[in-house]
Design a protein around this ligand. Structure first.
Ligand code: NOJ
Ligand code: CA
Length: 695
């Protein structure tokens, strides 16, 4: 990079114009904009990552390096507006400022309690003499972020963005591997991941994870997505991925006005796959908690009247198989209390599920129960047991119907002591139904600006009542849980439900891929813990393609502050020794460390409990593999030095394999210290889960 340049010291960054070395501020003032090219560089605190920003092709550009190697080649910056056209060609770098930031901040709940935010930042100003905008860059040790600020300026108010011109240019795209799901598809984010060369990708969702030819791993995503459209990536020329914003139904990408800031465009960068998992970049680029005291947000495990509907044992609608009855809810509450869970989710309690709810959310009432469900009786019963009723609102994408009832619906739950609601937006991509101000029905994408705002509206309204939200069919996570800690989890990928009815069900590499893709965005309500892996009555191909032990390991690997014990109580009763792990495993952590892994193949996480029964002393490990069996050797050097532990090891048995022998498992205990190593044999699509109980 800097071999191209003649460096001029300029605080922590460098500005070069092809002139005699004079102080840069003076230089910018003296030189006519058209005659010189500027080039500024900032580095991460550890100096491994650097970003150069320049205008020498007569337009704003950036490039990113890791240990001196280009990981994002020269790439475009800029925006296009309906009234102004493209603000790119002829825009020169006219000003820049740098600063350094180092602080720690605490998560109210999370995979880590204390977060370090250490970065160097660079704010640039680009101008064509008439208009100007700023692009702010931040370089962290685990990656970079940048965002646009379009300041208020004369004669500009309302602005419609028609295109974001940002690109991400991948070096040697035909030699780089990518893991991706398609964007703008009918099934939103619920696809199996494809593994191809970067040069063969379509339009993709983010987080978009790739491995360059030299082994460096990247993940492109965004942080703090509010009042803007989601960014997808569209491959133009080979390797040139353009930020492709999801449009409104009228084709406009973002409706805004001068004075706006875009979300952060993020690139996580690591020398190996596990490095991506240890990154805090996305949360560091979000705003601090806006809700104040959030001690009412409650991590924990839950059971629910849920899987029975997916496997056909129960129905959401009324009739003799109706799942959401008062008596069935009480039975689940007994089970939850005996297992130490915080709540019971009840789906199908409210009027609207009979008939074709799937594509018609206007049928739902969010306050009227079916006759066999008494909300007060179950909420009161739960209170006696210390178990909460967890609410459910399926909208089927009819957001106007939901909006109309939202206040009353949240009030009703608040009145009954419900502190968590699962929402759902089942509708094909592009088919969210809203009625606009003129009464016209419009169809929107789940990840367009309209829905970005709609989801956040639900979070804000719920927060007023101390209610947390777990969104299904959500907008992708961009770290907003930092700002709104009541956004407790979400789906946004193929979850366990696909094993009941998906075509095809989730394959053995699905969860080891999720760990390095979807999970980089934030918590997922995957709903692990299915113990009857091939329920009777399902389609011949539908079953869970894992061993029993992999189901346990998912509680540690796929982070969420709320984790469901998704199966029916009767199935847990068949394997009480294995179920013990689900009872023990926490959902809130002091720290988390990804120890080993390769994208889509395997992953090992160690996490230390936060608070809880062990007062933060116990550690847990989860390891999962794809279709290949493998033996992993895990050094226990993450354990506390001066503590002895009893390792309670749950692992695949010698003859286990997911297809014909998924229930072969071994549970054994062993005393260990941090000087020890443990060997974990994993079966095909197998796993291992360990509790390190401090002695
Ligand atoms: C899809 C959700 O992902 C699932 O968990 C829920 O049971 C159904 N919608 C019905 O709301
Ligand atoms: Ca779903």
């Amino acid at each position: 990079m800097s071999h191209l340049l003649k460096d001029l010291a300029c605080t922590t960054h460098k500005v070069t114009r092809q002139l005699a070395p004079i102080p840069c501020a003076l230089l910018l003032a003296l030189c006519p904009l058209s005659s010189i090219a500027a080039n500024i560089e900032i580095t991460s605190p550890d100096k491994h990552i650097s970003i150069t920003v320049r205008d020498d092709n007569l337009k704003p550009e950036y490039q990113v390096y890791y240990q001196g190697k280009s990981v994002i080649d020269a790439s475009a910056l800029g925006l296009a507006f309906q009234t102004l056209g493209e603000l790119q060609a002829g825009f020169k770098l006219v000003d820049s400022k740098t600063s350094t930031h180092k602080s720690t901040w605490e998560q109210p709940w999370g995979e880590k309690q204390w977060m370090l935010d250490h970065h160097h930042s660079l704010t640039t100003t680009f101008s064509n003499g008439t208009y100007q905008y700023n692009i702010e860059f931040r370089a962290f040790n685990d990656g970079i972020g940048f965002r646009y600020h379009f300041p208020k300026q004369a004669q500009l108010s309302e602005l419609n963005i028609t295109q974001e011109l940002t690109t991400f240019t991948i070096p040697q795209p035909e030699a780089a591997q990518a893991w991706w799901i398609p964007a703008r598809g009918w099934n939103r984010y619920e696809y199996l991941y494809k593994k191809t060369q970067v040069s063969d990708i379509d339009r993709v969702h983010t987080p978009f994870t790739l491995k360059l030819n030299n082994g460096i791993h990247l993940s492109i995503h965004e942080a703090a997505l509010t009042d803007y459209a989601a960014m997808t990536l569209d491959q133009r020329r080979s390797g040139v991925l353009r930020a492709d914003l999801t449009p409104w139904s009228d084709g406009i990408k973002v409706k805004t006005h001068a004075g706006f800031s875009s979300p952060w465009r993020t690139i996580q960068i690591a020398p190996d796959a596990k490095g991506l998992l240890n990154s805090s970049l996305i949360l560091n680029l979000n705003e601090p908690n806006k809700l104040g005291d959030v001690s009412w947000v409650e991590p924990g495990k839950y059971a629910g009247i849920w899987w029975g509907m997916h496997i056909g044992e129960n129905t959401w609608g009324s009739g003799n198989k109706h799942g959401a009855t008062t008596s069935e809810t009480k039975r689940y509450m007994d089970f939850a209390a005996a297992s130490g869970f915080i709540g019971v989710l009840v789906e199908g309690w409210n009027l609207g599920w009979d008939g074709s709810w799937f594509h018609n959310g206007d049928v739902f009432s969010f306050s009227q129960s079916y006759a066999d469900f008494d909300i007060k009786a179950v909420a009161d019963y739960g209170k006696q047991l210390g178990v909460r009723l967890i609410g459910h609102h399926e909208t089927s994408g009819s957001v106007t119907n939901y909006r109309k009832q939202m206040d009353d619906a949240y009030d009703l739950y608040e009145k009954h002591g419900v502190t968590q609601i699962k929402t759902g937006y089942v509708a094909d991509g592009g088919d969210i139904k809203r009625v606009d101000k003129s009464g016209i029905v419009r169809h929107e994408w789940h990840d367009g600006q309209f829905m970005v705002n709609e989801y956040l509206h639900s979070i804000e309204q719920a927060a007023k009542r101390k209610i947390s939200i777990n969104t299904h069919e959500p907008i992708k996570d961009t770290g907003l849980r930092r700002t709104y800690p009541n956004w407790i989890s979400r789906e946004g990928a193929r979850g366990q439900e696909f094993n009941a009815w998906g075509t095809p069900p989730n394959n053995p590499s699905h969860t080891p891929t999720l760990a390095y893709t979807r999970m980089l965005a934030g918590p997922m309500d995957f709903t692990p813990g299915i113990f009857d892996l091939a329920p009777e009555g399902l389609d011949a191909v539908n079953r869970v393609q894992t061993t029993l032990m992999k189901q346990l390991a998912l509680y540690v690997v796929l982070y969420s502050p709320i984790q469901m014990a998704a199966d029916l109580p009767k199935n847990y009763a068949k394997y009480p020794d294995a179920f013990q792990f689900i009872k023990d495993v926490p959902t809130d952590w002091t720290t988390s460390i990804a120890l080993q892994g390769e994208v889509g193949e395997y992953v090992v996480f160690a996490r230390q409990e936060r608070g809880g029964a062990s007062h933060g002393k116990d550690w847990y490990v989860g390891a999962i593999t794809d279709d290949s069996k493998r033996t992993l050797t895990i050094a226990l050097d993450f354990l506390d030095k001066n503590t002895h532990y009893q390792a309670q090891i749950y692992r695949d048995g010698p003859d286990a394999n997911w297809q014909s022998n998924p229930y072969d498992y071994i549970i054994k205990t062993k005393n260990v210290t941090n000087a020890d190593k443990i060997e974990l044999p994993l079966a095909t699509s197998g796993g291992a889960a360990i509790r390190f109980k401090a002695l």
